[in-house]
Design a protein around this ligand. Sequence first.
Ligand SMILES: Nc1ncnc2c1ncn2[C@@H]1O[C@H](COP(=O)(O)OP(=O)(O)OP(=O)(O)O)[C@@H](O)[C@H]1O
Ligand SMILES: [Mg+2]
Length: 202
Amino acid sequence: MEGIFITFEGIEGCGKSTQANLLYDFLTSKNIECVLTHEPGGTPISEKVRNILLDNKNEEMDSLTELFLYFASRAQHTVEKIKPALKSGKAVISDRYFDSTLAYQGEGRNIPNQKIAEINSFATGGLIPVLTFLIDVPAEIGMNRLTTKDRIEKESLEFHNRVRGSFLTIARENKERIKIIDGMRPIEEIRKEIASIVLNYI
Ligand SMILES: Nc1ncnc2c1ncn2[C@@H]1O[C@H](COP(=O)(O)OP(=O)(O)OP(=O)(O)O)[C@@H](O)[C@H]1O
Ligand SMILES: [Mg+2]
C-alpha cells in the first residue's frame, strides 16, 4: 500500500519544524515507518539549490528565477526521495511543499496561481499531499520567534502578512486536504490536535 504524504505549511516561525518533528516521533512510536523531510532541500542536489535561494547575497534575484529554483529543488526532491518512500509504504512528512510556492511566489511575488499550479504539476508529476497542516499565526508573532533571518525572512512584515492571508485563502479553497491549526496555543496542545487528526488517516 502507498504511504501517506503529509505536509506542514505556514509563515516563518509559526512552528512547522517543531510540529513536523513531533509528528515524526508520534508515527515512529506507532511503528509506522516514516521519512521526515523539508523544502527547499531534502536531497543533496536540492540542498544546493536551497543555498542559492536563501543566500542573503542574492538580493538581485528575479521572481521568476526564484520560482524555477524552487521547482528545480522540488522536482529532484519528489523523484529521489518522496515518491520512492511513498511507494515502499512509508509515511512522508514534508516541512513545506507546494502551498508555500503558491503563497510566497503567487501572492507574495504576484505570479499567477494558475501558472504556478501548472508548473508544479509538471515538476512533480501531479503529486499532492493527502493531508496538510497550515499552522496559522500573525506575522509579528512568527517573526518574533525567529533569531537569525535569511533572504526571504528579511522581507517586510507587510509581505509576511500577505503571505499569511494567501495561505488562509488556499486552505479555505482546499478544505478537505488542508487543516488550519491555531499556532498561538502551547506546543503540546497543537501536537495532540495534529496527532488525533492523523490517526483518522492511518
Ligand atoms: N506553539 C508555540 N508557541 C510558542 N513558541 C513556539 C511554538 N511553536 C514553536 N515555537 C518556537 O518558535 C520558534 C520557531 O519554531 P519553528 O522553528 O518550529 O518554526 P518554523 O515554522 O519551522 O520556522 P521557519 O519557517 O523559520 O523554519 C522555535 O524557537 C520554537 O521553539
Ligand atoms: Mg522550520
